[in-house]
Design a protein around this ligand. Structure first.
Ligand SMILES: [Fe+2]
Ligand SMILES: [Fe+2]
Length: 305
């Protein structure tokens, strides 16, 4: 194994959001809802990543990449479970209806993007054709995941660096959940891109799925965010992107033009996620994250017992 290689480890964090207010960024319901709308879509998407990667694993011939893929799956599974338990409970406790958004997310990631068996026939030629097509279809899913992971890295870097989120009255537990997740997205930012390339993925595939995927991702986010905002009479379910732009001027959300710029960078044939963010910045956050430090203390106690 390469001496400079950074091993991906799962961090068994726990979050208690029982005291977290609905507008967890005070006086900024726009930013609170936009961030919560991202959370609602994550578990279905991240569990889908894990299923696709487990199917891709037998095709990985590089032992370092194999370790990375396994580390990635362990991290994403913990992300999905953390959002599913802590965040869904927190929103339901505040009387927010979330099941319609969860159903849409389950449909997109659990059905529309799920692999269905081809069953072309049972002779030598159809079996060979089926095998080739299955690998091709798997590679397309890996390209979609690589495009999504580009954005989770961009958003992860933003959430780590956003000065406006350092204000003292922001809910510390939910902020830590966001920043721990963001830091792990930065930490494993290269895996999806490298896995797609390792299985023969082309730049054109990567770019093509990004062109299709980015607008769809924004549409899903807008649906989720509007659904949450519409339930709050003080906010209302209209002008999702206008509200996003307003919050970004306060620094509590990333600027929409910066996300557009990130899409253009991704389309560059020379793009590699290693250039998008710094591993050191992610590691520095783990050193001060209350949830990560508590998880490490529990692990030390478990080993000492
Ligand atoms: Fe994640
Ligand atoms: Fe990720």
């Amino acid at each position: 194994m390469n001496a400079a290689h950074h091993a991906l480890v799962p961090r068994r964090v726990r979050f208690d959001l029982s005291r977290t207010p609905l507008h967890w960024i005070p006086h900024d319901p726009d930013a609170s809802y936009v961030m919560n709308s991202i959370h609602l879509l994550l578990p279905a998407g991240e569990f889908w990543f894990c299923r696709v990667y487990n199917r891709a694993l037998p095709f990985v011939t590089d032992p370092t990449l194999r370790d990375d893929v396994q580390g990635f799956v362990r991290q994403e599974a913990i992300h999905a479970r953390s959002h599913q338990t802590a965040l869904n409970e927190y929103l339901r406790r505040h009387g927010v209806e979330i099941d319609s958004v969860l159903r849409v997310a389950d449909f997109v990631f659990g059905q529309a993007l799920e692999e269905t068996p081809l069953r072309l026939g049972n002779n030598f030629i159809t079996r060979r054709l089926e095998k080739r097509l299955e690998k091709w279809r798997l590679r397309q899913r890996l390209a979609i995941i690589a495009a999504v992971e580009h954005y989770t890295c961009v958003l992860g870097k933003w959430v780590l660096e956003a000065d406006a989120l350092n204000a003292p009255n922001i809910d510390p537990d939910l902020l830590d959940l966001f920043r721990w997740h963001g830091a792990e997205e930065v930490e494993h930012r290269c895996v999806a891109h490298d896995l797609h390339a390792h299985l023969g993925g082309t730049t054109l595939e990567r770019q093509g799925w990004a062109v299709v995927g980015f607008p769809l991702l924004l549409a899903l986010l807008a649906y989720s965010g509007k659904h949450l905002m519409a339930q709050d009479p003080a906010v209302g379910g209209r002008f999702f992107f206008g509200r996003w732009a307003r919050a970004s001027r306060r620094g509590t959300l990333p600027k929409l033009e910066s996300l557009f710029g990130a899409a253009l960078r991704y389309l560059d044939p020379g793009y590699h996620p290693a250039d998008e963010a710094s591993l050191q910045e992610a590691l520095a956050y783990f050193g001060k994250s209350p949830a990560v430090q508590a998880a490490l203390a529990r692990e030390r106690e478990r080993q000492a017992a």
